[in-house]
Design a binder for this molecule. Structure first.
Ligand code: GLU
Length: 316
């Protein structure tokens, strides 16, 4: 037999590998549950693997004990992952190798600008990207100013439109030069930036499908650009609705979202499924999370997931 993927005359479809990548800055809340459930169901409905990655890259923002708490919450909500958890704080060598590859190509440059300098340069009519971040004015793009000391590494972005497809939001495009600017891949505090780590790790874990919260939608072109530079495959992307509080703010530690409850988990899971456009049938009222997930993976249709955000119950 040859090494092809042919069995019984059929070519096996590309195996699906999905992932959930929480940042251990606090326990999971109703919003992070929606992202976890969506990525889990999309993987399981495709007969795929669902991996877990602990994104503890930004050490100062991580909370002691949060990573373990998240694992316990996932188990309690019936979200059972495959294989070992990949931990970003142990992956610096891989990120350093990727940064070296970018340096060799001249795709990145050292930057000496401080946050306060950048804020001052742009005090008037500061151009900002859709997430409200200040665009980098390109001060160090053609070399450090005399006497300046390198602090961070930035990637040089092209003035072209990056087109991409999102399975929920459709065909989109973004011009990185206009909407983002040259972005940081290694920070002034010596930590690697999320954009670089996520691209390196998605490729390392063989991720074929990224399903995550819509707050990350406009990070996708940056990640696709880094994948192109590093010769890494681009996964399929789907960005699921954010859950907001009554004031329209994304649930997060900053907006004091409560941790997922330890009782009444079935009702919380049913609510997450409703946010994802898959409300369980009345016959499953009172069911435990695992039973709801098994119903949902049999009925999962990404076309039914709405693009608009959802407002959480007052309890969230
Ligand atoms: N760690 C990120 C977060 O918790 C998710 C990153 C990703 O899914 O690409 O928001």
């Amino acid at each position: 037999m040859s090494g092809s993927a042919r069995h019984n005359g059929r070519v096996n479809p590309v195996p699906y590998v999905g992932r959930f990548a929480p940042s251990p800055t606090g326990p999971l809340h109703a919003g992070s549950l929606v992202a976890a459930v969506a990525s889990f169901l999309d993987a399981r409905a495709a007969g795929g693997r669902w991996l877990l990655r602990m994104e503890d890259l930004d050490r100062p923002r991580c909370e002691a004990g949060a990573a373990d708490a998240i694992l316990r919450q996932l188990e309690a909500y019936g979200l059972v992952w495959d294989g070992a958890v990949l931990v970003q704080s142990q992956r610096d060598d891989a990120y350093a190798a990727a940064l070296d590859a970018l340096k060799v190509q001249g795709a990145v440059y050292p930057c000496a600008c401080t946050r306060s300098q950048l804020a001052r340069t742009q005090l008037n009519q500061a151009p900002r990207n859709p997430e409200g971040e200040i665009l980098y004015p390109g001060t160090c793009r053609n070399g450090l100013p005399p006497g300046a000391v390198a602090r961070a590494w930035r990637v040089r972005v092209p003035d072209v439109s990056t087109r991409f497809h999102d399975r929920i939001h459709g065909d989109l495009q973004q011009n990185l030069a206009h909407d983002v600017g040259d972005f940081v891949v290694k920070r002034a505090d010596g930590l690697f930036a999320y954009q670089l780590a996520v691209v390196v790790d998605d490729a390392f874990q063989g991720v074929t499908h990224v399903v995550r919260g819509a707050d990350l939608l406009w990070n996708t072109p940056r990640q696709i650009y880094l994948q192109t530079l590093l010769g890494l495959p681009t996964p399929a992307y789907a960005h699921v609705p954010l859950v907001t509080n009554a004031a329209g703010q994304k649930l997060s530690k900053q907006t004091r979202a409560s941790a997922l409850p330890e009782t009444g988990r079935g009702a919380v899971m049913a609510e997450a499924l409703a946010v994802l456009g898959h409300p369980p049938p009345a016959g499953l009222a009172g069911a435990e999370p695992a039973e709801l997930l098994s119903w949902a993976s049999a009925h999962w249709q990404i076309e039914n997931v709405p693009a608009r955000p959802a407002v959480a119950n007052a309890a969230a």
